[in-house]
Ligand binder design. Structure first.
Ligand SMILES: Nc1ncnc2c1ncn2[C@@H]1O[C@H](COP(=O)(O)OP(=O)(O)OP(=O)(O)O)[C@@H](O)[C@H]1O
Length: 236
């Protein structure tokens, strides 16, 4: 695979419009950027289009008009295979509902991205289970007896740490977190963001953290309100 074109932006969205089929527009954004290595907080109320924007950035949705550029790649013009490759090699996503594979162990879930990305596997080296243990430890899951347990047996807070370790596995350039802290109390939430941010910083990954909770903004380099960049108003 050819290297991605150099770009100072990790994500650059320009003149983006998107509507779900048979619905009024959800997003109309002139410009939105995430710099490489930047830790950005994106706030917006429920239903304002945050997950939709993340779907466009990840290339699972296509804009009606405009461009979504990820690490120099215009996602809409890539072949489906190339888009999958950009996603697998460069993006680590913590989903709202975690999307862990329930029948796999903790280690099996954390090492999963390596099966889809030779680039990420190469960055980790041979000891993939050791790296899974290290990441889980850094995120506060230090109990070694958990590693072989099915993720469905874990608490929500523990599952969240597994999801974060999976996103960070193999040093992606961009870590995207879609409202992953709503199940946690304030102390656990702040600690989780601190650890996630530290670990992303260690590898120079950019962090895009999305939430409705404005009180989290102080933990990031920069905060953006979706309402300030999206020309489609929220009626709710
Ligand atoms: N698959 C879909 N088909 C049709 N409409 C959708 C679909 N997914 C989301 N929407 C609509 O798009 C709008 C934005 O939803 P989205 O999930 O992006 O918001 P959000 O800000 O992430 O909300 P939340 O914080 O509750 O997750 C909502 O009006 C929603 O009903």
């Amino acid at each position: 695979m050819l290297p991605d074109a150099p770009s100072t932006d990790a994500i650059r969205v320009e003149s983006l419009r998107f509507a779900w089929p048979d619905h009024p527009p959800v997003l109309d954004i002139d410009r939105f950027t995430l710099a490489r290595g930047e830790k950005l907080f994106l706030r917006g109320p429920s239903g304002s289009g945050k997950s939709t924007l993340l779907g466009l950035i990840a290339g699972v949705l296509s804009p009606e008009t405009g461009t979504v550029n990820v690490l120099g790649n215009d996602m809409a013009t890539l072949s489906a295979a190339r888009r999958d490759r950009v996603r697998a090699d460069h993006l680590g996503v913590i989903f709202q509902m975690f999307n862990l594979v329930p029948y796999l162990s903790v280690t099996g879930n954390v090492t999963l991205p390596l099966h889809f990305s030779p680039a990420r596997r190469a960055r980790v080296g041979k000891d993939t289970e050791g790296e899974a243990r290290r990441l889980l430890g850094r995120l506060g899951l230090t109990d070694a007896t958990l590693l072989d347990r099915r993720v469905s047996d874990l608490s929500v807070g523990q599952q969240q740490r597994v999801a974060a370790a999976r996103a960070l596995m193999g040093g992606p350039d961009i870590v995207i977190a879609d409202e992953p802290t709503s199940a946690l109390d304030a102390d656990a939430r702040d600690k989780f963001i601190e650890l996630l941010s530290e670990e992303a910083g260690r590898t120079g990954a950019a962090l895009l953290f999305v939430s409705h909770d404005a009180s989290l903004a102080g933990q990031f380099d920069r905060a953006v309100d979706l309402a300030d960049i999206n020309k489609v108003g929220v009626s709710a």
